[in-house]
Design a protein around this ligand. Structure first.
Ligand SMILES: *[C@@H]1O[C@H](CO)[C@@H](O)[C@H](O)[C@H]1NC(C)=O
Ligand SMILES: *[C@@H]1O[C@H](CO)[C@@H](O)[C@H](O)[C@H]1NC(C)=O
Ligand SMILES: *[C@@H]1O[C@H](CO)[C@@H](O)[C@H](O)[C@H]1NC(C)=O
Length: 395
């Protein structure tokens, strides 16, 4: 047979090899420069891709859309009104782009001042890392030095030695090898909180052999604006252990969260929002926004009434987080990022969203996890806050 003869002939083999070589060379040369910058950790040149599946690639990290016209002073904060009449504990993710990772507005200067103060005075609570996460933090820091001036050229500019922040007049140097320094610089130049997660190795005593895929745990963070807990106390904990206090998490969310985190491909980034009402406006809140089942408030009605009296409507805010999750292409760590927004409930009422928010507050007890009313202290603040939102009483 002809084919067999061809394959057996040394000349045919040579031609075949030459063909493969030319094909590979063409592919490499055709790649844009951005794509060669990062190691090709996930794509194998000869793996055929299924047509229907979306293609995620490392190009996504360098395909950043610039906001040339951005003027921070006149940029209003995003107004998130994502509450629904019934509260359902779900992932509720939407797809987004790497460009969308950080959002900036006219609160930047005061926020960044607060963040720097917190990192100086409350470092134990707001910034920590374990040695294993160093390479991931440095990978992200290096990428951010490209991302920030590409996305926000009116705020951050490139210099020969690093990145210049035109608001604070500080410089973020390129050559950084210290994880804590990288976290400090990120935390005090970007108004977004960052948490870094890595898979628990199979050899680790905390690895759960019953889990289907790899389980992720928190290895490092800079979070200046926690909403009622100490991020420090979560260091080293798995996703499920982090969420132990959240009612309904284990039953409703844990499996799908673990699966989602394990499978998130390089190049895909997702976004979600959550909301609550807090009776204190402080952005840095390590306690006071939740009631846990071992709390005396969870039972005593008298205590509850006393707390209810204390609700100060002028200090009460709608608090929202805009969260994203993506994977780093080199170290394959997951980066969970969030920006916190607070809106005085007086503003929510004035704009005409009072009834919708009051309904959503009552809806906390009408969804798939009615225990949310206790967990979010709704039982304490709801009567007064809903009356105010509906115009029945004034602040
Ligand atoms: C986001 O993208 C994934 C993968 O392309 C797709 O399966 C999913 O349906 C998309 N989600 C939404 C909310 O559009
Ligand atoms: C940054 O430098 C500019 C120009 O020198 C100056 O006007 C501004 O006050 C400085 N800002 C800070 C925060 O130091
Ligand atoms: C939003 O969800 C995160 C967990 O994903 C939680 O830590 C945080 O307290 C929530 N924040 C608000 C404002 O509800």
């Amino acid at each position: 047979m002809i084919q067999v003869d061809m394959v057996q002939s040394p000349l045919a083999w040579l031609l075949l090899l030459l063909g493969v070589f030319v094909f590979v060379a063409q592919r490499v040369l055709r790649r844009p420069p951005e794509q060669r910058r990062v190691p090709q950790s996930t794509t194998q040149p000869f793996t055929p891709r299924a047509k229907q599946q979306p293609e995620y690639s490392e190009d996504a990290y360098y395909d950043i859309e610039p906001l040339h016209g951005l003027k921070l002073e006149s940029e209003q904060p995003i107004q998130l009104r994502t509450f629904k009449p019934k509260y359902h504990l779900t992932m509720a993710l939407e797809n987004t782009t790497m460009s969308d990772l950080v959002a900036m507005d006219n609160t930047y200067e005061s926020r960044i001042k607060l963040r720097s103060d917190l990192i100086r005075d409350n470092k134990y609570d707001v910034l920590a890392h374990r040695p294993v996460v160093g390479p991931a933090v440095l990978e992200f820091y290096t990428w951010m030095l490209e991302y920030l001036p590409s996305r926000f050229p009116t705020v951050y500019t490139r210099t020969p030695t690093g990145l210049f922040n035109t608001v604070t007049n500080s410089t973020l140097p390129h050559a950084i090898t210290d994880t804590e320094q990288a976290l400090t610089l990120l935390g005090s130049n970007v108004d977004t909180d960052f948490l870094f997660l890595l898979p628990i190795p199979a050899t680790d005593p905390n690895h759960d052999p019953a889990s289907e895929g790899p389980q992720y745990r928190l290895e490092g963070f800079v979070t200046c604006f926690p909403s009622g807990f100490s991020t420090r106390s979560k260091l080293g904990l798995s996703l499920s252990a982090i969420h132990t206090p959240v009612p309904g998490y284990a039953a409703k969310l844990q499996k799908s969260m673990d699966r989602f985190f394990a499978a998130l491909p390089v190049g895909r980034i997702v976004k979600r929002h959550n909301w609550t009402v807090t009776t204190r406006p402080d952005l840095f809140a390590t306690s006071g926004t939740h009631i846990h089942s071992d709390d005396p408030l969870a039972e005593a009605d008298a205590l509850l009434e006393e707390e209810e009296e204390d609700v100060d409507l002028s200090r009460t805010v709608l608090r929202c987080e805009r969260q994203t999750l993506h994977r780093l292409p080199g170290t394959r760590a997951l980066v969970f990022a969030f920006k916190t927004y607070t809106y005085p409930i007086g503003q929510v009422r004035e704009e005409g969203s009072g009834e919708a928010l009051a309904e959503a507050i009552e809806g906390l007890g009408r969804g798939n996890v009615p225990e949310m009313t206790v967990y979010k202290r709704q039982v304490v603040w709801a009567p007064k806050v809903t009356a105010f939102l509906r115009g029945g009483i004034d602040g």
